[in-house]
Design a protein around this ligand. Sequence first.
Ligand code: MF3
Ligand code: CO
Ligand code: CO
Length: 277
Amino acid sequence: MNVSNYGTPLRLANEGKITLYGPEGFEGMRRAGHLAAEALDLVAEHIRPGVTTEFIDQFVFSFAMQHGVVPATLNYRGYPKSCCISLNHVVCHGIPGSRTLIDGDILNVDVTFIVDGWHGDSSRMYTAGHISRKAERLIEVTYEAMMRGIDIIKPGATVGDIGYAIQKYAESERCSVVRDFCGHGVGLVFHDKPNILHYGTPGEGPVLEAGMIFTVEPMINLGKAHVKMLSDGWTAVTRDRSLSAQFEHTVGVTPTGVEVFTLSPRGWHKPPYPPQL
Ligand code: MF3
Ligand code: CO
Ligand code: CO
């Protein structure tokens, strides 16, 4: 999710109270998160060279309709599709279309479902055919970066602690952290306070409390961190055209730590997924 292109000044976005959800909220988010994760599992079975990104989007739309839920991105601020598909040097918010997957592509599919008002937001990387060693490494680093950020989460930790854990690891692997987009509070609202920056300083930023629900969704580049927006107003790409990867989980802060709402029911956390083995 974006800091700049929705016109939300960073300076204002963390102001005001962060919503704390109770047991009903956590129950609702478990259902929404599980459904998004189930869709991402099934998406894995459709990814191969020759398939268009539009086909994958149609699959996500049909899945939502069959389950009586709404894809949150559809018509969101004018966004036209049921998911985002970001290929190779696309950082995020790629719009599904006529592009056919080819051997060596890496892509992120980002799905958000609204289930009884609760938003489950998650994304994973996928691969088409045989990918390069450097693409494989980027995917590994990005997944590990997200998990290191999530592992920090507990009451008393800060948003800066999450960002620091992600940044420190990604940069130690000679990768860069995208600054222009961040994770976000989520729940009954799609994009809420707090902003979860994927870089930062330990001890800085809002203090985490039990009941907070937000996403952790780092975008990590093989090259420089700089991003530019394409003329469609959505697609963000790396300026140096280096490869970019992203994973996203929706999580809740519990009295003792963290609950991840969007875990893969099949344990398909990162590629290669079994159909490709
Ligand atoms: N699911 C994205 C996120 O992680 C948001 C996509 S908004 C869209 O926050 F409009 F680009 F689809
Ligand atoms: Co998100
Ligand atoms: Co998302």
